[in-house]
Design a protein around this ligand. Sequence first.
Ligand SMILES: *Cc1c(COP(=O)(O)O)cnc(C)c1O
Length: 383
Amino acid sequence: MAAKRYLLTPGPTPVPPEVLAATAAPMIHHRGPDFKALYARAVDRLKQVCRTDNDVLLFTSSGTGGFESAVANLVSPGDAVLCVSHGEFGERWAALAGVYGADVRRLAYEWGEIPRAEDLARALADDPAGLVLLVHSETSTGVVSDVEALAAVACDAGALVVVDAVSSLGAVPLETDAWGIDVVVSGSQKALMAPPGLALATVSEPAWERCERTTSPRFYYDWRRYRRAVEAGTPFTPAVATVAGLDVALGLILEEGLETAFARHAALGRACREGAKAMGLELFSPDDESAAVVTAILTPDGANAKELVLSLRERFGITVAGGHGDMATRLFRIGHIGWFDVFDITTALAAVELVLSDMGAPIERGVAVTRALEAYAEAVAPA
Ligand SMILES: *Cc1c(COP(=O)(O)O)cnc(C)c1O
């Protein structure tokens, strides 16, 4: 195995050195003044990144834990919940709501399809539900849905809206308050450029009201404990070192500026798509500017994607993501969220080109990197 490693997946993502350094600082006590100040600043920065004045709660867990907190606090047994599902994560949230006894309805699409607001409006008109679960960036397919339009339809129907923004927050525009989103769930380890270990949930006033009426059992994830603990910081011992890292990472994001970061992600997505197409590969993720989080690519007939992913890691120390479920042998995914630049994209493309040719696939050599660099330049400085 190559000694040098490249992490080119859509989460966890590479962590900038100053963020890593913050996580290695001497431990501080979570009830002391240093941590209180750190926590308050991190939460304030999160509000800016989420573009919300609502409460932002932090949990020591993966993103799924953050989503479970939303379900535990908003779903009572028998509640009608509509889950818009177009991939691995939509299916996960439908299953999770089911575990809490929800009466789950699915608005289900083929993987790779983009959900449509008019379908959601029709589904809610036919079969009303008080809670709608949406996935902003469906990391399994590369689809970034139009959450603004979907949330508008759900709000019109009087439903509360919960959005999985685990891989989208910080990478593509998300306006929590302006789009009327009640709950945004995200995690530290994707576009937020911090190590894994923290999840967040933003909670609107209507979501707080519903939370008070929910009968599902909850303890660690009881949002009310976090709200009551605001003065103390957190109700339980959080991942102190990860909070320190996240705070620095959020500072970097805000220093770059959210709009600049969104433009950079869009340009990286475009570079990745153009490079992949130039070598003759077929995209699975949509071939448009929305797909700024992760590029899902199909391998040519006869080239097993699992073998490609393994070979990239063993020969070059490069980690890209495989496909979920049925797609595992046909699909691989190059992430480009967080601390990425165009040379991460060209590294991935150059290595994919080499390995696929060695596997005997009909790949056009020597064009992908050039095309990716051109596409990136066009995107950052349009003619
Ligand atoms: C990564 C991810 C999650 C959360 O996964 P965890 O492993 O629990 O952190 C949820 N939704 C989406 C869309 C993701 O990309």
